[in-house]
Design a protein around this ligand. Structure first.
Ligand SMILES: C[S@@+](CC[C@H](N)C(=O)[O-])C[C@H]1O[C@@H](n2cnc3c(N)ncnc32)[C@H](O)[C@@H]1O
Length: 409
């Protein structure tokens, strides 16, 4: 039986995208109800440049594992055409000219739908794959940047959004470096999939940046308490082809001991006051190996902070009290993460000229907390954190409470 018209047109588009080099990415989803493919959930395709030359990388995502095959474009076209007609109902194709979305029906008597949208997914002349990723970490022409109001249709920052654009770019650069430091690099074809949560995701600027940076190898969940932001971000994820690996969920950052799904990376940027501690604790409980937070509105410790005598005069000034509270709160967070077996870095991730909320705490796991070889070091680190807290009169700190650390003992 000849393929239905929508499927045939989609296969022609896919074949041209693969052989002419305009493919940005393809996602196959919604498995057909056939038993022999039952544990295959998705297939993702994207161009890569390997030592052997340009290839199409196909990631077969099964229930519990991923398999990667790097094929010549013509071989990939044949494999994907076969998967489309035998194993999957839905397909989402992104090329430098357009996006095409195919929705087939499990009942062959029902017609399939094909939607085509012209796009500027990639400026012409960019080499594909790893090479392209190095030169343009985030594509300024990406539809998600435009839809979020960051760039215009000439791929330039819109008026008043240059700082946001820079912040997003900087964040992507930082994350790439932090992933490499933590041994979580995703750029090799055999890299394991990563599970990431961005807690307090807001409109999702930085969540989308992560999805664009890491591609389908990372499954990203943006958690946000505002239903309107969640609905808008999910809509955008679908429209821009990210929905197979990026979703937004409405809810509050879980407060321990609420159960949390396993995670590799926890991100919480500008989650107010103790929401940062709750997010860190949720990441630790979920087994995250990399924690990245940008704290703000540190209020918790202010009523407890007693100035050491020598600082009393300086701390009569409100602004110094505020800065002192921020410093003590975040310094203790960093120390407590070290006590939990993490190597911690604290730095400004973008100049204060762009935003005052620019401190980043990044921590990656180097010891299992229960590792006997870490026990003596942990005891020393804990006693230093307690001495620091005592110096500033701090008895309670939300992260310490989450970690079961009594700062006064
Ligand atoms: C300042 S915005 C930051 C958004 C985003 N992370 C960024 O840096 O662009 C903080 C977001 O966190 C959300 N939020 C604050 N506390 C939260 C909580 N406990 N649970 C879930 N979301 C929370 C707010 O609704 C808001 O959208």
């Amino acid at each position: 039986m000849p393929p239905p018209e929508a499927l045939a047109r989609f296969q022609t588009l896919l074949h041209s995208a693969l052989t002419e080099g305009s493919l940005i990415k393809l996602t196959l989803g919604k498995p057909r109800p056939v038993p022999h493919h039952s544990s295959l959930k998705n297939v993702f395709a994207r161009p890569v440049v390997l030592k052997a030359g340009p290839r199409i990388s196909l990631v077969y995502r099964y229930e519990t594992r991923d398999e990667t095959k790097n094929l010549q474009p013509a071989e990939a076209a044949a494999a994907l055409a076969d998967l489309l007609s035998s194993a999957f109902l839905d397909a989402h194709l992104f090329t430098s000219q357009q996006t095409a979305q195919l929705e087939q029906n499990a009942d062959p008597a029902q017609p399939a739908r094909l939607r085509l949208v012209a796009s500027k997914n990639a400026p012409s002349g960019h080499p594909p794959g790893h090479d392209r990723a190095k030169r343009h970490l985030l594509d300024p022409a990406a539809p998600w940047l435009r839809a979020l109001g960051v760039t215009n249709d000439r791929a330039q920052p819109r008026e008043g959004m240059a700082h946001k654009f820079r912040q997003i770019e900087k964040f992507a650069e930082l994350l790439r470096d932090l992933l490499a430091e933590a041994g979580l690099d995703t750029s090799t074809p055999d890299a394991l999939p990563l599970h990431i949560a961005d807690m307090g995701a807001g409109k999702g600027y930085l969540t989308f940046a992560l999805a664009a940076l890491l591609g389908a190898r990372a499954t990203i969940t943006g958690l946000e308490r505002r239903a309107d932001l969640v609905a808008a971000a999910n809509r955008l994820a679908t429209e821009t082809g990210f929905s197979s690996h990026l979703r937004f969920v409405e809810g509050d950052i879980p407060v321990a001991p609420a159960p949390v799904a396993p995670l590799d990376i926890l991100i919480a940027l500008h989650a107010c006051d103790t929401a940062t501690d709750d997010a860190l604790a949720a990441g630790l409980a979920a087994g995250a190996r990399l924690l990245v937070v940008s704290p703000c509105c540190q209020k918790e410790l202010r009523p407890q902070l007693t100035a050491p005598a020598v600082l009393a005069d300086a701390l009569r000034h409100g602004i110094f009290q505020e800065r002192q509270t921020e410093f003590v709160t975040d310094a203790l967070r960093a120390q407590l993460l070290e006590c939990a077996g993490f190597r911690t870095k604290v730095f400004e991730f973008i100049s204060t000229e762009h935003t005052a909320k620019n401190l980043l705490i990044a921590a990656h796991r180097i010891h299992a907390t229960e590792d006997p070889a870490f026990a003596a070091q942990r005891t020393r680190l804990l006693s230093r954190a307690r001495a620091f807290a005592a110096f500033y009169g701090i008895r309670e700190h939300r992260l310490a409470r989450h970690l079961g650390v009594d700062l006064t003992s």
